[in-house]
Design a protein around this ligand. Structure first.
Ligand code: GTP
Ligand code: MG
Length: 364
């Protein structure tokens, strides 16, 4: 999973990126980073820790999320926020993470003058739509330019596509993000080679100051009201504090968290949000060599889940030996799980569940 971090200049994107990836990228007020930062976060999963204690594998491999922190924009203009370079990065992500500034700090100027997270959320939502509207505009022009060379039947089809794209443009001008729409077959065909930024799932991180952590729940409720559409969701975190905590050893971090009442880490919070908004789950594989978590979409059938491990296993799929994590822990060992019937033999139609421990049998 790959997530692109967007937001107004100086909203704390790089700070949040560092918190999520335990990174040390350069942050700063305005024009902080001139190039994109790319980093990997390991998905914390207690089940993986318990299974590692039991199987004592050579290695434990958690699921990963890659975060792409966009270069700082020169201004808060839509064209700067979503420049060609920024769009190039965003074309390869599965979701957007919008970092919104709510922290107050006179030493860090705000791109729009004052702190107002509601306005900023609306502004960036609008900028995302504006980027799509401009893109559709260019797409329509390109189809028009190419029409002369077409045969009459193709020209009719091109004309239809233009109509569909124009209708979509009009909807976006009224404020509808592509993620909010159920697309018809015709619309899907017309946009098949058009990248729409507003179609990506949207996570919003409200970057609050340390003083506001006591109000985190209240702010999160407010945020839920502001970010309530399809495939979107929000969480509150304190970027600077999380960045500092992320640089500590796990023991130090845990001690600091309990002292500060900072609760669950920003990383865990964001990852949980990402999984729920993107409709993802993890299944697990175990053995002497490796204990590992794999990320798949909800409602993935066993052969396709096997494809996450290796395409050969999908191709030669025979069946999946499966036990839920809880049943396995209750049984205590694979042998016991097998003898008490908790370990099941599942076929091609089986839909893999979150926390399933799976052994794929295959032949190629
Ligand atoms: N007080 C306070 N300062 C913060 C917080 N988060 C970020 N900052 C500061 O705000 C400034 C900008 O943060 P960055 O993380 O560089 O912001 P950015 O969005 O990456 O900025 P650009 O890349 O220039 O767009 C830095 O000086 C940060 O230390 C916070 O939670 N509290
Ligand atoms: Mg930055």
């Amino acid at each position: 999973m790959r997530i692109g971090i967007i937001g107004l200049p100086g909203s704390g994107k790089t700070t949040v990126f560092n918190a999520l990836t335990r990174g040390t990228a350069q942050s700063g007020s305005f024009g902080g980073n001139r190039s994109a930062n790319i980093g990997v976060a390991h998905v914390p999963d207690e089940r993986l820790d318990r299974l590692t204690e039991i199987f004592k594998p050579k290695r434990t491999v958690p699921a990963e999320v890659t975060y792409v922190d966009l270069p700082g924009a020169h201004s808060a203009d839509s064209a700067d926020l979503f420049s060609g370079e920024a769009l190039g990065h965003l074309q390869r992500v599965d979701a957007l993470l919008h970092v919104v500034r709510a922290f107050d700090d006179p030493s860090v100027p705000h791109a729009l003058g004052d702190i107002d997270h509601r306005r900023d959320i609306e502004k960036v939502n609008f900028d995302v739509l504006f980027a799509d509207i401009s893109l559709l505009e260019r797409r329509i022009e390109r189809i028009r330019d190419g029409m002369k060379g077409l045969k009459s039947q193709e020209r009719v089809q091109a004309g239809k596509n233009i109509e569909v794209l124009q209708a979509l443009q009009a909807e976006m001008e009224d404020g509808t993000a592509a993620r909010e729409k159920g697309f018809s077959e015709e619309e899907l065909a017309a946009i098949s080679d058009t990248f729409l930024l507003s179609r990506l799932p949207l996570l919003v991180a409200l970057n609050v100051g340390e003083d506001d952590l006591g109000r985190a729940e209240e702010l999160e409720t407010e945020l839920a009201g502001l970010v309530s559409g399809n495939n979107s969701g929000g969480a509150v975190l304190c970027g600077r504090l999380e960045e500092e905590l992320a640089q500590m050893s796990p023991e130090e971090e845990a001690e600091m968290r309990s002292g500060l009442e900072a609760g669950e880490s920003g990383l865990e919070r964001m990852i949980r949000l990402s999984y729920s908004v993107l409709g993802l789950i993890s299944f697990l594989t175990v053995g002497e060599d490796e204990v590992r978590a794999w990320t798949i979409a909800e409602d993935t059938a066993a052969p396709q889940a096997a494809g996450a491990v290796h395409s050969d296993i999908e191709r030669g799929f025979i069946r999946a030996e499966t036990v839920s994590y809880d049943d396995f822990m209750a049984a205590g060992s694979m042998a016991q799980a097998r003898s008490n019937g908790a370990l099941r033999q599942e076929g091609r139609d089986y839909v893999v569940q979150d926390g399933d421990i799976v052994n794929f049998l295959f032949s190629v």
